[in-house]
Design a protein. Structure first.
Length: 259
């Protein structure tokens, strides 16, 4: 059983992490790069731009306080990127891939542990069920927390990290328990599932004391929507591949098939 759990989780985590790495680098990282330019002052949102044309030009070419003077050569496409830009990009790509692979492998362990508990209760796990379980994981880990604590773009206003992390853990645990109650409980007990789903949002996520992010709201909306869409795809891949390996690692007499 232990071998079956780890095989399913590892293969599924690697598959989902690889998909996440490709999609993140293709669709999310470009948004982050633009947002970071607003955060550092290399770009200035019109709402914060000074009215004086000379000051506006200086603001559009702002340097971080205390930074050393540097030359912005005309031979670079981004107005000052050096040869280090390529290596920085490769480092970012590698770090994104490593993070996604580790994260989805860990998520896979939780997901397959759920498969094991379900199997003990006589609940069938096949391809369709795997996708459903994966999407339930997406709801618990990303969609439900994102409903009250949206994915944060660099340069956005936000509450301190500690309270946000505590609320996120509460939301994930309550949502997972609520979904499990709705799926597997019987009778009036199911109402507790709805209460668990609502609890973290009634409790309220910590938010900023004032709104004043430097990145355009359109960019923040694009970042949030792409992050959630990619999350849904990757969790579905995680659930499907985990179920595929779970069934194939089962004893021949216990295999339910993949239909």
């Amino acid at each position: 059983m232990i071998r079956r759990i780890f095989a399913s989780a590892l293969v599924a985590g690697l598959a989902a992490g690889a998909v996440a790495s490709v999609l993140q680098n293709a669709f999310v990282v470009p948004v982050l790069l633009v947002a970071e330019r607003y955060e550092t002052g290399a770009l200035v949102h019109p709402a914060y731009a000074p009215r004086d044309p000379v000051a506006a030009a200086d603001a559009g070419h702002a340097h971080a306080e205390g930074s050393a003077p540097h030359d912005h050569g005309a031979g670079t496409s981004d107005g000052g990127a050096s040869d280090g830009g390529a290596s920085d990009g490769m480092a970012r790509l590698a770090m994104t891939a490593a993070t996604e692979l580790v994260a989805f492998s860990a998520f896979g362990l939780f997901l397959v542990a759920g498969f094991a508990l379900a199997a003990r209760a006589g609940i069938r796990i096949g391809a369709a069920e795997g996708i459903a379980w994966g999407l339930a994981g997406f709801v618990a880990v990303q969609l439900a927390p994102g409903a009250s604590l949206a994915p944060e773009l660099p340069g956005s206003s936000a509450a301190p990290l500690g309270p946000r992390q505590v609320w996120w853990v509460i939301c994930v645990a309550a949502t997972a328990a609520g979904l499990a109650t709705l799926a597997f409980a019987r009778g009036p007990v199911r109402a507790a599932g709805l209460a668990l789903l609502a609890f973290p949002h009634l409790l309220g996520a910590p938010g900023p004391t004032a709104y004043g992010g430097v990145a355009p709201p359109e960019l923040a909306a694009l970042f949030a929507s792409r992050s959630l869409a990619i999350g849904a795809v990757c969790w579905a891949v995680l659930g499907y591949v985990a179920a595929l390996i779970w069934v194939r690692e089962a004893p021949a007499t216990a295999r339910p098939g993949l239909a």
